[in-house]
Design a protein around this ligand. Structure first.
Ligand code: ATP
Ligand code: MG
Length: 477
């Protein structure tokens, strides 16, 4: 028998293997994307650091004019002189260390006031697209007092004595260089007196220079914007390709599964008539069955019926392969509600246990339709209504917005919301687990939709699970 060969397809196993494969694929592509992103991040970070370094170097160059600057040297000499005087007073124990610093700091203000506009002016000449802020501070003052070092000031990391520029944020400023000055001077005290003493003052001063560029991160990122954009685009492209590949793989898999399903269903359908035909021919081969007897006629009738069924099945498969479009239609003008009554009457003959209610509105006007195909449409929908649990069927017609509407409502098992869109797909059947309780090829509604489209109409479904289904056919008048 045909069917048993196809039973070898274990659907559950296939579905499980497919899920496993897809999961492996998803994990693999995720890992690959993560690694790729990691590498991209590493490269970007490196580039960022390099760009930052070269930017700092560039900025450093722009403030080079502060080195060996005659004007600044004059200011430097002035503050050194002031410091020497104060240290001398300290040495003579006229003032304390604290006073030295206090007075010294006061004297620096005037030097800085002269420096600031000068710095601005020099920098403006360079016409930079960004601003460089500058700070120079004293980090250490040591005084050699009779062969003994006396520290007057030592920075505690972040609080130096501001010389020039302005106090920059401690953790953002960038140190560009440090300096160390030795200053030695002799001064003669009170030149008029005879016992004047010669004081030798030796000072060591350490300074440090810093720059700070507000929003330098933004400037660096701007400089590598193109690179960044390309990196992001490439990652997005890779992710997009992964998603696309996975999606089409899943789609292909689904199509293959549907085809397998179709073959299973079809063999199911062909199986019964073939089996019956097999028995019927065996019966006829028996010698005791004589032509003309009741049994003989009955068997011949059975063969005939099964033969018709096989032909119908084959026709369904062939039709489906060929497809229907408007050019295949043999249209003629008919009064639809009259024709509908004939179809339903035929249907009632075969399904006499089903309660079928009809309510037609009469438009009497003629519609151009292919009678054969419209019959197929209505019969397919009615067959489904009975097949999927309908005991009461209601057929209503209406005319809305130039469309003739046929609504066929049943009280069967209903269709879950999620599956409603799928039932018109080729070969689609809703299965509960592995077993179809009803036979079918999943072609009925697909066929309905194709015929409706060929007529310029459409088909919709409204359904509530466990309550019933309503199929709405719309045909243009
Ligand atoms: P056939 O090709 O023999 O018609 P089929 O009836 O399974 O096979 P369709 O008519 O295309 O295929 O229907 C697709 C699926 O939609 C069915 O398998 C069924 O699950 C669901 N369905 C269709 N009509 C109804 C209905 N009236 N009530 C509940 N479910 C329905
Ligand atoms: Mg059907």
């Amino acid at each position: 028998m045909i069917y048993s060969t196809f039973e070898v397809f274990n659907k559950r196993e296939i579905a499980f293997n497919m899920k496993k494969k897809i999961n492996i694929l998803i994990v693999a592509s995720l890992v690959a994307t993560l690694i790729l992103s990691g590498i991209q991040y590493y490269l970007m970070n490196n580039t960022y650091q390099l760009k930052k370094e070269s930017f700092v170097k560039e900025a450093h160059k722009h403030v080079n004019f502060l080195n060996l600057n005659e004007r600044i040297d004059v200011w430097n000499d002035a503050y050194l002189e002031r410091l020497r005087q104060l240290v001398k007073e300290y040495q003579e124990q006229k003032i304390t260390k604290k006073d030295v610093l206090l007075n010294f700091k006061k004297s620096l203000d005037s030097a800085n006031k002269r420096f600031t506009p000068y710095y601005k002016e020099q920098l403006n000449k360079k016409e930079l697209s960004y601003h460089i802020e500058y700070q120079e501070e004293i980090s250490n003052i040591v005084f050699l007092n009779e062969k003994e070092f006396d520290t007057i000031f030592k920075t505690n990391d972040n609080e130096g004595i501001l010389l020039y520029g302005k106090s920059l944020p401690y953790n953002k400023r960038i140190s560009i260089n440090t300096g160390r000055w030795q200053s030695e001077s002799n001064s003669i005290d009170d030149e008029k007196e005879l016992d004047a003493t010669i004081t030798n003052i030796v000072l060591t001063i350490e300074t440090e220079r810093f720059i700070y560029i507000p929003d330098w991160e933004k400037i660096v990122i701007k400089r590598m914007l193109l690179l960044l954009i390309l990196a992001i685009i490439s990652i997005i492209t890779v992710i997009g390709l992964f998603v696309y590949a996975l999606k089409s793989y899943i789609k292909q898999k689904k199509i293959t599964d549907i085809k397998t399903d179709f073959i299973n269903n079809m063999s199911h359908e062909f199986n019964t008539p073939l089996a019956v035909l097999n028995i019927a021919t065996k019966t006829l081969q028996q010698e005791k069955v004589v032509q003309g007897t009741k049994e003989y006629i009955h068997t011949i009738e059975t063969i005939d019926r099964q033969n018709i069924r096989l032909q119908k099945l084959l026709q369904q498969v062939v039709n489906n392969a060929v497809g229907i479009d408007a050019s295949n239609l043999n249209k003629e003008a008919i009064i639809l509600e009259n024709y509908l009554q004939i179809i339903v009457k035929d249907f009632k003959l075969k399904n006499d246990v089903i309660d079928i209610k009809e309510s037609y509105i009469s438009i009497e006007s003629q519609i151009q339709l292919d009678k054969f195909y419209i019959n197929t449409v209505v019969t397919n929908v009615l067959n489904n209504a009975v097949k999927y649990g309908g005991k009461h069927i209601e057929i209503k017609t209406n005319v809305i917005d130039g469309y003739f509407i046929i609504e066929i409502e049943d009280d069967g098992i209903g269709i879950p919301r999620k599956k409603q869109k799928l039932i018109f797909d080729k070969f689609y059947r809703i299965d509960s687990g592995d077993i179809h309780n009803t036979k079918g090829l999943g072609l009925g509604l697909y066929y309905v939709q194709e015929i409706m489209k060929a007529h310029g109409g459409m088909v919709n479904v409204k359904s509530t699970l466990d309550v019933g289904t309503s199929i709405i056919l719309k045909l243009p008048i």
